[in-house]
Design a protein around this ligand. Structure first.
Ligand code: BEZ
Length: 407
């Protein structure tokens, strides 16, 4: 293993950040180079490789690897070494898992994760250790709110955002007044429903007549579907993803509700899962910051390269992995591969304008994406983009206000 300069760590400590800021202003005492320049950069992949979110974790890793492959196998002249941990989407195991990467393996950067509850556990460790942490999915609101930190970046979304975008769409529909929400009861479902309500209930005459919940990762929907049938709302708004979304939409379709009570939601409901649903989601509308059929040269090239490399179709999760690679590369390039130049690296990542397959993406002061959200409709195996649901959408104002990032 490469040597470290005395008194330095391979990580970004919170105290180190204050010193880093001072160093940027020309003050001495900045903890210096973490690893020898020629050594491989250690990247911890803490993602789900088993359980309901396993395909999401795999897509994120593939996306990141594709970005690296397109950069010629190196970022800023540095090779990467990957250390993988299966987090199983199990919040109680999160602390042990992230500690393995940060404390035992001393990774330079950690990429993770999918599940908001696991991300919360990761943040407790990475905020304290200062390890560079890129969140490639988990939309956990506080990560870009009260728990924001200089070393924590998110390339995906906040759960509030797609809920809000779909709420804006449904608020404009005169035939949608009474809505039932049904979601997994954990941070992601709760924040998604909050986003939906924040936009939908702004319009006059709209109400959420019932909020229904099911614990993650349960997929026993029958009793809930029976309740929806008895309420007869104008529409249902839902948050599910991965294998849970497949089961939910198949059950919803089989219950006969699809024709009488349109099912809408955050785009995770139908992203990356359409083939597995065998047509059950046909015609469903969702909102998300990505759509398979986005007609941009960047998206077309990304989809071709991903399909060629992995013999799989990419989805929104693959996009976030790919953009995580681009963001990391932007930071490393600015410091010529020297991860010891922490303040400059962070500054470059903050300013990065990522040419994403989703469209242009910038980061907010809290390091959360600002990006367009699209209204999509399922046509065959495609989430077809029908138009913009919400232009350059930022985050929940409550979270933006709660982020006290050191200047
Ligand atoms: C979350 O836990 O934040 C999440 C998981 C899957 C898809 C979207 C969000």
């Amino acid at each position: 293993m490469a040597d470290k300069a005395p008194g330095s760590g391979s990580n970004f400590s919170r105290r180190g950040f204050l010193k880093a800021g001072a160093a940027a202003a020309g003050v001495a005492g900045f903890p210096y180079i973490a690893r020898a320049q020629g050594a491989k950069i250690k990247v911890g992949l803490m993602l789900p490789y088993t359980g309901a979110y396993a395909p999401l974790g795999i897509a994120i890793e593939n996306g990141f690897r594709l970005a690296l492959q397109e950069a010629g196998g190196k970022f800023a002249g540095r090779e990467l070494e990957f250390i993988k941990v299966d987090d199983e989407s199990e919040p109680p195991k999160a602390t042990d898992n992230i500690n393995r990467l940060v404390t035992r393996d001393k990774v330079d950067m950690v990429l993770g994760t999918v599940h908001s509850g696991v991300a919360a556990g990761m943040l407790r460790v990475t905020r304290e250790s200062g390890t560079l942490h890129i969140i490639p999915n988990a939309g956990f609101a506080p990560a870009a709110g009260p728990l924001c930190a200089p070393n924590v970046f998110r390339t995906s979304f906040s759960n509030w955002q797609s809920g809000y975008a779909m709420g804006e769409v449904m608020a404009k529909r005169s035939n949608v007044k009474n809505v039932v929400t049904l979601a997994w009861r954990y941070a992601a479902g709760e924040e998604s429903v909050k986003g939906f309500k924040d936009a939908f209930l702004k319009a006059q005459g709209k109400s959420v007549v019932k909020e229904l919940w099911i614990p993650f990762p349960n997929v026993e929907f029958q009793a809930l579907l029976t309740e929806i049938a008895s309420i007869k709302p104008d529409a249902v708004y839902s948050f599910f993803a991965g294998g849970g979304a497949v089961k939910y939409i198949k059950d919803y379709n089989q219950s006969g509700l699809m024709k009488s009570v349109p099912l809408m939601g955050a785009g995770f409901l139908t992203d990356g899962v359409l083939e597995a649903m065998g047509g059950a989601a046909e015609g469903m509308e969702t909102a998300l910051h990505y759509g398979d059929g986005l007609e941009t040269p960047k998206n077309k090239a990304f989809r071709l390269a991903y399909a060629k490399t992995f013999k799989l179709q990419p989805d929104v999760y693959a996009v976030a992995g790919y953009d995580s690679g681009a963001l990391f590369a932007a930071g490393l390039t600015a410091v010529k591969g020297d991860m010891g130049a922490k303040a400059a690296m962070i500054k470059a990542m903050e300013k990065a304008k990522i040419d994403s397959p989703r469209g242009p993406m910038t980061l907010s002061r809290a390091h959360n994406p600002i990006h367009d959200h699209y209204l999509r409709k399922v046509v065959g195996n495609e989430n077809r983009v029908m138009g913009i649901a919400s232009k350059a959408l930022g985050d929940d104002p409550a979270m933006v206000a709660a982020c006290k990032m050191p200047a």
